[in-house]
Design a protein around this ligand. Sequence first.
Ligand SMILES: Nc1ncnc2c1ncn2[C@@H]1O[C@H](COP(=O)(O)OP(=O)(O)OP(=O)(O)O)[C@@H](O)[C@H]1O
Ligand SMILES: Cc1ncc(COP(=O)(O)O)c(N)n1
Length: 269
Amino acid sequence: MSIHQALTIAGSDSGGGAGIQADLKTFQELGVYGMSVITAVTAQNTAGVQGVYPVEMAGVIRQLDSIGEDLAPDAVKTGMLFSADIIREVAQAVRRYGWRQLVIDPVMVAKGGSVLLQQQAVQALIDELLPLAAIITPNVPEAELLTGMTIRTLAERKQAARQLVAMGARCAVVKGGHDLSTNQAVDVMYDGERFHYTESPRIDTPHTHGTGCTYSAAITAELARGSDMLSAVRTAKAFVQAAIADGLGIGSVHGPTNHFAYRRKGAVL
Ligand SMILES: Nc1ncnc2c1ncn2[C@@H]1O[C@H](COP(=O)(O)OP(=O)(O)OP(=O)(O)O)[C@@H](O)[C@H]1O
Ligand SMILES: Cc1ncc(COP(=O)(O)O)c(N)n1
């Protein structure tokens, strides 16, 4: 039996809703074998982040090499990378091992406001990692920091997506999860030639912990399975929509999404 394989390079979320845990659950649900490189351990639950404990550099480098020397992921995603040093090592590994299908979710702050990427690391993300991206998937605040633009309108989101491609990503999606001005969650994708929109009704719920991780992990899984970029983005949108719509009711504050929901709805892989 041959199986498609995907790697996530991200932080651990003890509460299980975001980070490595969300990524591996999403890979599994989409029929892809999952591997992980853990950059930081977070103590986290639905109420917020109680602690951030970066993995020492030697440990990050060793995990990257252990994967690269033996395994061959069909697609790789990055989430919480925490520091400029980690970003540099990840970029080196991506080049060294020829990981061409790289999905970057430029995680910067948790929904509760905790810092998941040091401020001085943003430039390293722009200089070292972004040019290696098959796709980058910022939300609006992340796209603003990466491009230096102020983004309020759909036209500005389109311009930001175009700018991210000019900065070296092969494709960019600027997500609309944070745009409360419409009742649709509209994501804007630019593939270097044209724009595509993926939209779904906005669900009024506080339980959106880990939506960005889940979405980018679903893109990664679909790329690993051999999908083209637009199909991967469309499937990821359907996956995250189902996961938000059918919340689990876990925890006391911002609960996780439901990774089972997409397949339970009868999606055929
Ligand atoms: N309330 C919602 N209803 C429907 N779709 C949503 C909602 N919130 C987010 N989405 C969708 O979920 C996906 C992830 O977007 P979001 O903007 O939440 O990412 P994010 O802010 O990076 O997430 P995270 O905070 O987990 O890092 C996008 O496709 C977005 O359109
Ligand atoms: C380890 C880790 N990675 C990413 C997020 C972002 O997710 P959210 O913004 O939904 O809290 C997180 N909270 N924790």
